[in-house]
Design a protein. Structure first.
Length: 183
């Protein structure tokens, strides 16, 4: 006859592990520490998983190829690009139907400021740096894809693009105020 298992008494002070154990087959994730949205104390942190499959900047940050200031500068550039972008828009079914062309929505102050910051960043990065930053941060291309797009497939060119991209991230960190100028 099997012995009955002893159960431990419930301890409300014990922390529940909320981490996911099941991931899709082709998942590429990295552990990152973020503020706990369910935390009782301000400043509580939890470890979560961030997908890095289609995020070259996140991949470089998780592998410690870029530092925190460079990462935040790149994310600020991406946020400004998303604010300033005014591409094709979906039809809004809540708006009243009117014959004829749609009037364009006015440019908001946030969009205007984002465009000004992007213009400044493009001036400071130069044409080549701006194109490289756009390819990696906006298009989501890897350094191999950047080299292939330019017809440069050698390892030396890949290393050059990595170094140049880090220089551009340093400049973005300065522009957005995440770093200070070295003396």
């Amino acid at each position: 006859m099997a012995r009955a298992k002893r159960r431990k008494p419930h301890d409300p002070a014990k922390i529940h592990d909320r981490r996911s154990r099941d991931l899709p087959r082709n998942a590429e994730v990295a552990a990152v520490e973020v503020d706990d949205p369910l935390g009782l104390e301000p400043g509580d942190k939890i470890v979560t998983l961030r997908s890095i499959r289609n995020d070259p900047l996140g991949r470089m940050h998780s592998h410690r190829h870029v530092d925190e200031a460079q990462y935040q500068g790149g994310r600020a550039f991406q946020a400004d690009w998303e604010k300033a972008e005014r591409g094709p828009q979906a039809v809004d079914p809540t708006r009243e139907y009117v014959d004829g062309g749609q009037t364009r929505e006015p440019i908001t102050e946030g969009q205007r400021k984002a465009v000004l910051r992007l213009n400044r960043a493009e001036r400071e990065l130069g044409a080549d740096g701006a194109a490289l930053v756009h390819d990696v941060l906006i298009q989501g291309m890897t350094m191999e894809q950047v080299g292939e797009r330019r017809g440069l497939r050698a390892q030396r060119w890949k290393d050059y693009f990595v170094r140049r991209f880090r220089e551009c991230l340093d400049r973005l960190a300065l522009i957005y105020g995440f770093a200070t100028e070295k003396r």
